[in-house]
Write a protein that binds this ligand. Structure first.
Ligand code: ACO
Length: 329
């Protein structure tokens, strides 16, 4: 097992105060029920950003919590790596808005776009920057306003997603704690199983795009489900092998929170019982790149993760992308 070189020394999260229950979809005229959504996904509610909230404001709240817990001031941060699939603007990045908002005056800031795997990709990039000596203190953020990019007339997608942000501060490890192994992978041949067909440079926004509603997220749910189970299982295997551990050695698993059935299948494959798996998809829905850091923060602040524990993070997202890390806390 390798000696950890970078560690998560502070974790924070933010969820908008507005909570939307499954029952509210029916009141909007959508043909769905609380029973259908809960049975297929495990979701009962999600948080929805208000008119004054942005990815930048949510990410700033999560980052301030993480920096406070890490004992780090914004001016000390060397790099901000921000994952999002729903950036506030297409140009420039949401990371630079966050840099300005926090006053992280010496930080380099950039977005990572790996959909729901973005936070894990960000952690792996940050670890590399610390290992190479390019940075000492890095803020990694996952933030999403997915409710602004889903089609509220499409019951097969809009019921699944929610808004929120999570963040972690990474520093060089000095005490045997930190990232023990990591793995990341992509398969762009499968991009169109979960994507936004238009609104980018290849199909710029115009009247037809508006009429076709093709700037919203489109998903072939059943196919995504199959690939999610397969890829998250592979990711779990690879991070465990990298740390020379087995599922039985893991104290807490923090999976991407998309669907409780995907989580159960991944945990079963990895040999990790469900009482060691942290699940909050019921309360947040799928918050894409924010889902793992929100769950991680809740697992730490509720005492599920304590010092000395070995934790497995696993995620899967559009692209497809998938990633995993084993971390000693
Ligand atoms: N309410 C009621 N009925 C619905 C709804 C809804 N909200 N959505 C779809 N249906 C209907 C469909 O129209 C279909 O009806 P039909 O049989 O008359 O054609 C029926 O329910 C079954 O639809 P399926 O899509 O086959 O249902 P499935 O059991 O696969 O569940 C779901 C759908 C929940 C989307 C599932 O496929 C899933 O979770 N997939 C993975 C999605 C996911 O996790 N995506 C994100 C991962 S990557 C990332 O996080 C970005």
């Amino acid at each position: 097992m390798k000696r950890p070189i970078a560690h998560l020394v502070g974790v924070g999260m933010y969820a908008p105060p507005r909570v939307m229950t499954n029952d509210e979809f029916a009141t909007m005229g959508l043909e769905t029920t609380d029973e259908w959504i809960y049975k297929r996904t495990g979701i009962t509610q999600r948080h929805v950003a208000g008119p004054q909230e942005t990815n930048c404001s949510m990410a700033a709240a999560a980052s301030r919590m993480a920096m406070k817990r890490a004992g780090v001031a914004a001016a000390e941060v060397d790099v901000i790596v921000l994952g999002t699939a729903s950036p506030d603007r297409l140009l420039p990045s949401t990371a630079v808005d966050l840099q300005a908002e926090l006053g992280a005056s010496k930080a380099a800031a950039f977005d990572v776009m790996a959909a729901c795997s973005s936070f894990l990709y960000g952690l792996i990039v940050a670890e590399g920057l610390i290992v190479s000596g390019n940075a000492d203190i890095i803020l990694v953020v996952g933030t999403e306003m997915l409710t602004s990019i889903v089609d509220w007339q499409d019951r097969s997608t809009c019921v699944l997603f929610g808004d929120g942000a999570g963040a972690a501060v990474l520093k060089r490890s000095s005490n045997g704690k930190g990232i023990l192994s990591s793995f990341m992978r992509s398969d762009g041949k499968l991009a169109e199983l979960l994507y936004r067909p238009s609104g980018g440079a290849a199909h710029p926004f115009d009247a037809k795009v508006l009429q076709d509603r093709s700037f919203y997220v489109k998903m072939q749910g059943r196919e995504v489900f199959k690939h999610a189970v397969r890829s998250m299982s592979e990711a779990a295997d690879r991070a465990l092998a990298g740390a020379q551990l087995r599922g039985a050695d893991i104290d807490v698993m923090i999976p991407h929170q998309a669907n409780v059935r995907i989580i159960e299948a991944t945990a079963r494959h990895a040999g990790i019982p469900m009482d060691k798996v942290f699940v909050n998809v019921d309360r947040y829905g799928n918050t894409s790149s924010a889902s793992v850091p929100i769950a991680l923060e809740e697992a730490i602040s509720s005492g599920r993760i304590t010092e000395g524990m070995t934790v497995l993070l696993v995620a899967f997202g559009a692209g497809f992308t998938w990633a995993s890390l084993v971390i000693r806390f």
